[in-house]
Design a protein around this ligand. Structure first.
Ligand code: TXA
Ligand code: MG
Length: 328
């Protein structure tokens, strides 16, 4: 099996495709950083087949972590807990390189049949812990289909490409990365909004979850600029879109794309679902398609209803910062 041999496997999850390697192997994890072009201090999420991963790879696990795991795993939630650094009878701990040398680890049980099958198979013959960032090149939009993964990998030199296998599970049903909650501080902190909302988390924890996105617990890797397409992204309020389009210089029209949760008389444009969960599912494909069409500017209207508004607005804001920074 590829993971047990130290190779990389790109696999589907319910959120986005991950680029997986044995999280307990320094060498295997080093290949992830090489393939992604990711800075080594950016910690990776560790995926396991079941919530037993919490006690196997973490220590001092708070009761809240177990409750969240029972409520939402398998599912789009990553829980940051204190990392176990000593081996157990079951095997070695997660490697230092996996977590960028941190004392904490992000754990998640993904809700996808092919991911769970891969993880269970690997648990039977290896560590069962799969470190997997999103399978895109560093800073780019996460892949939500196997074709996206193959597109991104095609830029690699052959000696790296030879180490990577791709499992095709079709489009990812959630479409944006998991919610990340940090339980290692005095209060639960949200580090990244996603498919599980803050309201749902707080209900299970029985306490408020504070927004840790600007805070010190935020990991490197949570840069404001991220998830960016090549096109320059500008967020536009729904009510202003028509006048912004009217004011486009006529020669700039075809060079400008529009993504909106309603139909727009403009070409090219992508009409995404009005509900934020449906919008999230299609967003990254639309961003990639816009790049393929070669538009240099994207006007994006965010969705305004549904439990995933926060997650979508978070990604769109990062795409806007990322694309403008690239232009500097
Ligand atoms: O939905 C997902 O979470 C996807 C799929 C493949 O599971 N994975 C994903 O991984 O989005 P990645 O590497 O693209 O994003 C991981 C994020 C980074 O922003 C990183 O900083 C944060 O998780 N992270 C991981 N471990 C952490 C830790 N110990 N403390 C703080 N943040 C952590
Ligand atoms: Mg990523």
């Amino acid at each position: 099996m590829a993971l047990a041999e130290g190779r990389l496997v790109a696999f589907p999850t319910e959120t986005v495709y991950g680029l997986g390697a044995d999280a307990t192997s320094t060498e295997a994890v080093a290949h992830i950083f090489r393939v992604k072009g990711r800075p080594p201090d950016h910690p990776l999420i560790v995926h396991t087949a079941s919530a037993e991963g919490l006690d196997r790879f973490a220590v001092d696990v708070p009761d809240g972590a177990h409750r969240l795991a029972r409520a939402f795993w398998p599912g789009p939630l990553t829980i940051i807990v204190n990392r176990r650094v000593e081996p157990t009878d079951a095997g070695p701990p997660v490697a230092d390189e996996t977590v960028g040398g941190r004392g904490t680890v992000g754990l998640r049980v993904p809700d996808h049949p092919l991911a769970l099958e891969l993880l269970a198979e690997f648990a039977a013959i290896g560590s069962g812990a799969v470190a997997a960032p999103s399978a895109n090149r560093f800073g780019a939009v996460s892949p939500t289909t196997a074709d996206h993964v193959v597109d991104d990998l095609s830029h690699l030199p052959a000696e790296l490409l030879d180490r990577v296998g791709v499992i095709d599970g079709g489009p990812c049903p959630v479409g944006v990365e998991s919610t990340i909650i940090d339980l290692t501080g005095p209060r639960p902190e949200l580090l990244r909004p996603g498919g599980i909302s803050v309201v749902e988390l707080a209900a299970v924890l029985g306490e408020d979850v504070i927004d840790g996105r600007g805070g010190e617990r935020r990991a490197s890797g949570m840069l404001a600029a991220h998830y960016a397409p090549r096109a320059e992204v500008g967020l536009v309020p729904a009510a202003e879109l028509a006048s912004v389009l009217d004011n486009l210089a006529s020669d700039a029209g075809a060079d400008t794309g529009v993504i909106a949760p309603f139909a727009v008389h403009h070409r090219p444009s992508w009409h995404l679902p009005a509900d934020a969960a449906g919008y999230a599912r299609q967003l990254y494909s639309a961003l990639r398609e816009a790049d393929r069409r070669g538009v240099s500017r994207l006007l994006v209207v965010a969705p305004s209803r549904g439990s995933m508004v926060e997650a979508v607005v978070d990604r769109l804001s990062k795409a806007a910062v990322g694309s403008s920074r690239r232009r500097q």
